[in-house]
Design a protein around this ligand. Structure first.
Ligand SMILES: [Zn+2]
Length: 169
């Protein structure tokens, strides 16, 4: 990765370290390279604000199989990289629309402008078990890194999820 990475001091603080569990989750995020690129461009277009959206697809053998993504408004208009408020009305509309389709909402993605692709204590506070949480780090308006996370078995921290990405998915 040649893009300069930004890491504000708080990301090295005990409070931030405490939300991470280094044990990798056995399940993977399966996503096409095109969809992953779509996530990157949304994050770049939104810079320097945080963007967020939903992962649509299926969970099979505990892997998150993403078929598409849907941007949802971030109701938090401040720039803070550790805060986003996904529009609940947007969430509910998409959830309703998917009923009976065989696909469902399986995760939430958001960007971290000028911050690492690692979850914050605030992210942990709003995370749901069973969802996948990709975070796109955008540094100086360029997507620099994408990492995915989920809540660990103990339900108290984020654990890294491997991203499998190519266009056969
Ligand atoms: Zn975050």
């Amino acid at each position: 990765m040649t893009t300069a990475m930004h890491e504000p001091e708080r990301f090295r603080s005990p409070a931030y370290q405490a939300v991470l569990d280094d044990t990798a989750a056995p399940a993977h995020l399966l996503i096409s390279a095109d969809t992953l690129n779509q996530m990157r461009s949304e994050a770049e277009s939104g810079y320097p604000l945080e963007i967020c959206g939903l992962l649509i697809g299926k969970i099979t053998n505990s892997d998150w199989h993403v078929s598409s993504i849907r941007a949802v408004a971030n109701l938090n208009s401040e720039r803070a990289a550790d805060r986003f408020d996904l529009d609940p009305a947007g969430y509910q509309a998409i959830d309703r629309e998917l009923r009976g389709s065989g696909s469902e909402i399986i995760g939430v993605y958001h960007s971290h402008p000028d911050c690492p692709a690692r979850p914050s204590p605030t992210d942990l506070g709003s995370a749901w078990e069973g969802f996948a949480y990709p975070i796109i780090s955008v540094c100086d308006s360029k997507a620099a890194d994408i990492r995915c996370w989920c809540i660990n078995d103990e339900g108290n921290r984020f654990t890294p999820v491997h991203i499998d990405s190519d266009n056969s998915l």
